[in-house]
Design a protein around this ligand. Sequence first.
Ligand code: SUG
Length: 455
Amino acid sequence: MSAADISSVREVNFDGLVGPTHNYSGLAVGNVASMSHGGLVSNPKEGALQGLLKMKSLMDAGYAQGVLPPQQRPDIGALRDLGFSGSNSEVLARAALEAPQLLRAVCSASSMWTANAGTITPSVDAPDSRVHFTPANLQSSFHRYLEPQTTGRVLQAIFRDEQHFAHHPVLPATPAFSDEGAANHTRLCGEYGEPGVHLFVYGRQTFGDVRSAQREPKRYPARQTLEASQAVARQHGLTEAQTVFAQQHPDAIDAGVFHNDVIAVGNGPVLLYHEMAFLDEEGTLDELRAKMAIPLIPVRVPLEAVSMEDAVASYLFNSQLLSNPDGTMTLVVPGECQEREAVWRTIQDYLLAGNNPISEVVVKDVKQSMRNGGGPACLRLRVVLTDAEREALTGRVLLTDALYDDLTAWVNRHYRDRLAPDDLADPQLAEESLAALDELTRLLKVGPVYPFQLG
Ligand code: SUG
C-alpha cells in the first residue's frame, strides 16, 4: 500500500441498534448486571435513543460511524422448532404459560452488542487482501445462539462485494468451538493501514493433554475456547507471526468478566488492561512485543487502583478507545464510571495524567444497555476499511445527519417506552416489531435479511 492508501484506512465502528423488544430477563449467566437486573421494566425507546446519541456524538467528533440492524424478535420460529404450534398468538401464549424462560430468551434484544457479532480481519492483514468475516456462534447461551444466522445475512448484505469482502461459516455450535466474536479479539498496530498483530483471548481449552492441568473458572462459564480462536485465525489466513493467543484469568471470569472486553481494550499500539486480565500477563505482553512491528504501549491498571468489583460494575475497560489523527486517543466511558470514586480517580489521575496517548475522556449514557451488561465497547463492531472498501459497502449504513434523523424518527414512531417481562407474550408487540424492522430494512437499503422477509 502507498502512503496515501495507508492514511485512507479508517476504523469504522458499527453500532448495533437496540431492538424494540429490549428487556430485562436476567438471561446471561456470569454477567453480573444481567443477572441482577432480571425482572426490571425496560425502556426500549430510551435504549435505542441512547445508542443513537452515542453514535451521533462520535460521528460529530469526526469518527467514522456505521450502524447494524437488530434481529427479528420474538423469534417465534425458534419456539416452533421447540414444539410450540398454532397461530403466532397461540405459540406466544403457550410458551408464556409452559416455558416462560424460553419466551424470554426468544425476545432478547442481545444482537445490540455487535462486539459479539463476529470477528473481522482487515484486508491489510489477510493473504488475499480482502476483509474477512466470521459470525460468532454464541453457542454458550440459548438466547444468543439464535443470532448468528441473521448476523451472517446482515454482514453479507452490507459487505456484499466479493472483490473486497470474504465471509466464512460460523464455527460448529458446540462447546469445543464456543465463539463470542470480537469481544475476545484485539488488533494492535501502528497506522490502521499497517500490518497488525491479533490478540485472541480465550477462557478455556478443550482438546489436548493440557486439559487436566488447565486452570479454569469455578463459578461462571468460560465462553471462548482456544480452539475457536485458532479456527477463526485459520479461516482468515492469519499466520503464527500475526497472532497471539492468551488465556483470560479464570479469577476474572469468576468475578463477572465474561468477555475479555470487560477487562481490556486495545487500539493502535495501546493496550489498556487490568492486572487481572490475563493468566500470564508478562508472557502475553512479551509475545505481543516480539510480534509487533512498532513498540507496544501497555497501560496497566493495578488491582489496588481498581478492584474487580469496581471494574465489573463501572465497565471502565468496556470503554471505546478511539484514535485521533494527531496520535492522541479518546476514551469513551459509560456514565457508571463517574459513580465509582476509585474508577473516576483512576481515570483522572492515572489514565489522563499518565504517560500514555489517552488525552481525553468522554462520558456516555448507555444505561439501558448497561443494565444487561453491555457498555460502549459491547455496542460496536470495529471494521477497519480502506477508502475503496468503504465505497464498496451496500446499503445506507454509514451514519450521516440525515440517517440519524431518520433512525431517531423511526424509533420514536415504533418503540414502546415500557416493557415488563409479562409484556413479552403480547402478540401486538411481535407485530409492532415486525412492522418496525420491515421499515428499517428499507430505510437502511440492505434488502431482505429477516426470516419473515425471506418467506
Ligand atoms: O452476552 N447480555 C450480553 C452482554 C454482551 C456484552 N458484550 C460484550 N461484552 N462485548 C451477554 O451476556 C443479557 C440478556 C439479554 O439482554 O437478554 C445479555 O445477553
